[in-house]
Design a protein around this ligand. Structure first.
Ligand code: CTP
Ligand code: CA
Length: 231
């Protein structure tokens, strides 16, 4: 693990990172979105550039400053993110799916702005359909067998199970090599510059990363990736 040594341990590697949150249009002025700011994904892209990687940053509705040295591809919807991810990850050594992807989108998008009907209390019912699971598709296809694929999951613990149990199950169902799990709900995670997480490995490993800057978590995630890359 090269962190802090100044070694460009990812030089010659192509790392693809998705960041932010997708938006699914309802009509020309409205969408279904989520609270992801893109900070963790941008921190990952920045850290990978620092460590010498060629970085492609798939940015979904993020308002942060560009990451110097990374190629930025802007996307809006889950469908656009899927297309960009499959295309840009074809030759990637590692793919980090930090974006929050909509699980559902309106089945039909209205061409015109949806208006209230005067004199009534009527409200529209918007029918939703499922989006494709980009991460699951990526691991199924695995464009290169040695590619390291990393998912992110924000979970809340509840009576049905602890955060790490959900994380372990998700790692399995997604088929990724690493899953970064963080507990949300306690006013942390989204808009903050800090994060706390567990990094679960397909190999059964579990690493706790204490509450701290998203840049620090980014470097630990990259440590785990670097350790798994084939020479
Ligand atoms: N993800 C994806 N495509 C989707 C949904 C999620 O690629 N349509 C990716 C996210 O980028 C993230 C990981 O899957 O890296 C986990 O996302 P999460 O929302 O926790 O998983 P879901 O399978 O959608 O499960 P849940 O029902 O708990 O939301
Ligand atoms: Ca989801």
């Amino acid at each position: 693990l090269q962190r802090g040594t100044g070694q460009p341990d990812l030089s010659g590697r192509h790392v693809v990172v998705s960041a932010g949150g997708t938006r699914e249009p309802i009509d020309p002025v409205r969408f279904i979105g989520n609270r992801s700011s893109g900070r963790q994904g941008y921190a990952l892209a920045q850290a990978a550039v620092t460590r010498g990687a060629r970085v492609t940053l798939l940015s979904a509705n993020v308002v942060l400053d560009d990451v110097a040295g990374a190629e930025i591809v802007r996307v809006g919807t889950a469908a656009e993110l899927r297309e960009a991810t499959l295309k840009m990850s074809a030759d990637a050594d590692a793919v980090v799916a930090a974006a929050a992807v909509a699980d559902f989108r309106p089945r039909a998008v209205s061409d015109a702005k949806i208006k209230k009907t005067a004199g009534t209390d009527d409200a529209p019912v918007i029918e939703l359909e499922r989006t494709d699971d980009i991460l699951a598709e990526l691991t199924r296809r695995r464009s290169r067998p040695e590619q390291i694929i990393v998912g992110f999951a924000a979970e809340t613990g509840d009576a049905g199970g602890a955060v790490l149990d959900y994380g372990r199950a998700k790692l399995e169902s997604k088929g990724c090599d690493l899953l970064v799990v963080n507990e949300v709900g306690l006013d942390r995670g989204f808009e903050s510059d800090q994060n706390q997480a567990f990094i679960l490995g397909r190999d059964g490993t579990s690493t706790e990363v204490p509450f701290g800057p998203k840049s620090a978590l980014a470097h630990v995630v990259l440590d785990h990736i670097a350790a798994r890359l084939k020479p």
